[in-house]
Design a binder for this molecule. Sequence first.
Ligand code: 5GP
Length: 212
Amino acid sequence: MNDQEISRSFSNHKEKIRCNGNLFIISAPSGAGKTTLCRAVLDDPIPDMLYSVSYTTRKPRKGEQNGIDYYFITENDFKNRIKNGQWAEWAEVYGNYYGTSSEFIDKVLASGRDILLDIDFQGTLQIFDQYHDSISIFIMPPSLDILKLRLESRGTDSKQIISRRIDAAEKEMKNKNFYRYVIINDKLSVAIDDLISIIEKYRTGRNTDIVK
Ligand code: 5GP
């Protein structure tokens, strides 16, 4: 098979892939509870849902593990993978690169399993471009004031970083209407139920929404 044939067979393959597993995208401003919500879904109630571990050039934070929280790679490695077309999407966020492996997503979807991506808005637009039937969900804090309180009570960031995160949150929240679903994370247990019911709707084939 020459390169052209491989690429043609790969794109046919991709068309088929889209009929199989579901691709769920979750985005949220920092502090909106996205990690807790994703864990709640992955830990138990939804079987066969895989999480796409992103690649990043940022340094690991305390307690983060390679291959679980992220794959931590060098900027050189990241840029080579851009050249080789290995990312389904990638973005620069706060001066670091983040990317999602095409190969991983395609393999999981082809195997009929669902996949959850935790990515930002820039990445979401790229995924929309290639995986037209992906299901996007935006998690919102109840208000910016509550977000600020939550970030302060976490006690992990300085005042300056918190105010940067609040500014970023305000900008990110302006994009919420690009997402198919918006969940307001006011009471955690309600937000978890909302997320599970959205996911289950697609998994049981009861979805009647028109794909954007
Ligand atoms: P953090 O460094 O705090 O874990 O993540 C910073 C931001 O990068 C978050 O908004 C997160 O959703 C986003 N992010 C994490 N992984 C990816 C990825 O693979 N692609 C994109 N586009 N954004 C990502």
